[in-house]
Design a protein around this ligand. Structure first.
Ligand code: AMP
Length: 505
């Protein structure tokens, strides 16, 4: 079995790893570390939760400590670009942890924080600079940082950077770097634009692909609650009171909605806080710290704010709003069942979201199991509130969908229900395991050589672009397709039993 030692990592790094309790590399680490140590360009298809941060941080540290030289003032030896402030901060945390026995210096440069301390941190030069693209460009323009001595650049979560409209900035940043450099690009999905970026800016990259979510998804007990919109907020309270929560992330689509929900939960005696882009950087850091420490075990988050948050021990993911881009669903539920643990994902779907649900179930390849709290007599499907998200679709078809197993009831509207949390018990988990019992599969191939099962993966991930201007992720994503192939195969027993369970009710 591969160990970190056998990958040739230096003793101070091995010491830090063993302090963290890690002796064996994850598949993405086993693929990425040797390639990056050799100075090769790299495309890594991996999501958070696979150990990808250490996969690129460890070789960065090793190569920098081997140089044994100080960086030039206002310069950095290695640059890591990340889509969000939270992810950038988390990467730097990793650098500090894994580099604790080295003299390597690092700094974070992100929007929403005062530029002064960032400028001071860069003034003497820094070994590894972690940055979000917008703020880095501001500093470049102000002359606070130059990139002409930077020998390695890592683009982390490149697909998210694409979604957030960072591609023009990334192109400008890459153009400012020396031509003779190492470039590593990590992305959970591989849409055409990212592949094009890789082709343009990377030289002969090694490709490492893992199917990260296959096993975690198997370990997630997923249920679905149909509810009328009028009852939805109370339903969330019921769910949160019923569940034995260690740490939960509740997803909403809007920042305003996140605040309101957090307040609702607090008003109902639960410890909750919201995290989203309208909060100051300090507030976000504090909220996240409280969540990590378990002081506030419920975090209400928008997708962007939650992206990349790596908090161990998230026992629950609750989709208060279903995402209008179905791939986001997979990203969301991947917040739980990390590091070999199991997790619970509960999705609450109202009458305006049933088309989103259909897309999600199509993508994951099975129907979600009904939660006992699910309402059974439902109003007809309605168009979503958001303009532009589903215009002309799913609207006015006069179709009525109900919870399965209640076909004889007439649809009708009902008044909000009283608290039913005590009545319903959580159904037993039906953990379906992969036939091969493998967590992830790693392939280390040249860019042209494709992972073996890439072309056979089913169902094929397809574009879901219904959310206004938001670009879809995973259009032709091999990793995701493969992962979904795994889900489809492994979850079929659950699918059957979901129907049976529903039929019994
Ligand atoms: P990441 O994918 O970088 O977000 O990492 C997910 C989690 O896995 C983090 O909590 C890491 O600390 C942890 N981790 C990273 N490498 C290893 C490893 N080799 N063995 C066990 N856990 C790891």
């Amino acid at each position: 079995m591969t160990t970190f030692k056998s990958l040739g990592l230096a003793e101070p790094i091995l010491r830090a790893l063993s302090g963290e309790g890690y002796t064996n590399p994850t598949p993405i680490q086993a693929g990425v570390i040797p390639a990056m140590l050799e100075g090769k360009d790299l495309v890594g298809i991996a999501q958070t939760g696979t150990g990808k941060t250490a996969a690129f941080v460890l070789p960065l540290l090793q190569r920098i400590q081997a140089l044994n030289k100080r960086p030039w003032p206002k310069n950095c030896r290695a640059l890591v670009l990340a889509p969000t402030r939270e992810l950038a901060a988390q990467i730097e945390d990793g650098i500090r942890t894994y580099g604790q026995y080295l003299k390597t210096t690092s700094a974070v440069v992100v929007g929403g924080a005062k530029p002064g301390p960032q400028i001071r941190a860069m003034a003497r030069g820094v070994d590894i600079l972690v940055a979000t693209p917008g703020r880095l460009e501001d500093h470049m323009q102000a002359g606070a940082i130059r990139l002409d001595e930077t020998t390695t650049v890592v683009l982390d979560e490149a697909d998210q950077m694409l979604d957030l409209g960072f591609m023009p900035a990334i192109r400008r940043i890459l153009a400012a770097l020396p031509k003779d450099r190492q470039t590593a690009l990590l992305s959970a999905t591989m849409p055409k634009q990212i592949r094009a970026l890789a082709q343009e800016f990377l030289r002969n990259p090694v490709e490492v692909a893992v199917a990260p979510q296959s096993k975690p998804i198997d370990r997630i007990e997923q249920t679905l609650i149909h509810v009328e919109k009028a009852n939805k907020r109370q339903m969330l309270v019921d769910v949160m009171k019923r569940e034995k929560i260690d740490r939960a992330v509740v997803f909403t689509r809007t920042k305003h909605g996140a605040n309101k929900l957090a307040q609702l939960l607090v008003n109902n005696g639960l410890k909750a806080d919201a995290i989203h882009g309208n909060k100051s950087q300090n507030q976000r850091v504090r909220t996240l710290d409280d969540f990590k420490a378990g002081r506030t075990p419920i975090l209400v988050a928008t997708d962007i704010a939650a992206r990349g948050i790596d908090v161990e021990g998230v026992s629950h993911v609750v989709n208060f709003d279903l995402p209008n881009v179905s791939e986001v669903f997979v990203h969301r539920i991947g917040r739980t069942a990390r590091a070999g643990k199991s997790g619970i994902a509960i999705s609450i779907c109202d009458e305006t979201e049933r088309e989103f649900l259909r897309d999600i179930e199509k993508l994951i390849g099975f129907k979600l199991k009904l939660d006992p709290l699910s309402e059974t007599d439902l109003v007809p499907e309605q168009a979503p509130e958001k303009p532009g998200s589903r215009n002309g679709r799913g609207n006015g078809r006069g179709r009525t969908r109900r919870a399965e197993g209640n076909g004889s009831k007439k649809p009708g509207t009902r008044k909000p229900r009283p608290n039913r949390a005590k009545k319903a018990k959580r159904p037993q988990q039906e953990a379906a395991q992969n036939a091969d019992g493998q967590n992830t599969t790693a392939q280390n191939t040249s860019r042209t050589a494709r992972p073996a099962n890439r072309q056979t993966a089913k169902p094929k991930a397809r574009k879901h672009r219904k959310g206004g201007n938001k670009p879809s992720v995973g259009a032709d994503d091999a990793g995701l397709s493969r992962m979904l192939g795994n889900i489809t195969r492994s979850q079929k027993p659950s699918q059957r039993s979901a129907r049976q369970t529903a039929g019994q009710r």
